[in-house]
Design a protein around this ligand. Sequence first.
Ligand code: PGA
Length: 248
Amino acid sequence: MSKYIVGNWKMNQTLPEIKAYFEYVEKYSAKFNCESWIAPQAIHLAPLMNKSKKIVLGAQNSAPFDKGAYTGEVSPVALKELGAKFTIVGHSERRTYFKEHHALLNKKTEAALNAGLKVIFCVGETAQERNDDRTFVVIEEQLREGLKSIIIPNPEALLVAYEPIWAIGTGMNATASQAQEVHEFIRVQLKDTFPTTGKDLPILYGGSVNTENIESLLAQRDIDGALVGGASLKPEDYTKLCLLASKF
Ligand code: PGA
């Protein structure tokens, strides 16, 4: 399978920055032989549609319902209608700052899949949990509760991102073997949960991925791509990540 490079811009980038970004990336995108995805702020999805033939656009968050009286929320149906292809669910910043819990994340996943969006479902442990040897326990629970009763319409509709919280935005990435160990564990969980499709679901690594460490991470058997925050903000780095991922 092609490797994935998913840029998570978080709450960054202005319209002029985005314009310059796409002008730069489009000079190289014909050479990308990987899945090149970007999640800008939701408000920027509309002006970005059709700016690139190669880059797939998606959302960083979506509502747990398709419509209704939910002031301030963005419906997965509206995202799909606009042309977004995926949404991120369960990012640790949403779990931590916005107190999103298993049951809510489960609803968000279900609503997004029903709307026809792909879902990148994020899991990951804190430094304390890792030190206490609880990494696998935490991840098993996040997957079990977050993906409870979820039906996957096709094997490409669900991706899991392993993002150790201690590695996000800290410059301290998990080593390739630390990440591989957890990815292998996630692969086993997914096979148990989804007997027919589980073995083929892409598993991405996220947390201080950059142009220096991407190759050793992607070389691991169970690392199918990367979810990239900081390094995806610069078009030069994002382009380089996509070109490096294209070699696999
Ligand atoms: P980072 O963020 O690459 O800046 O560590 C990753 C993420 O939060 O998805």
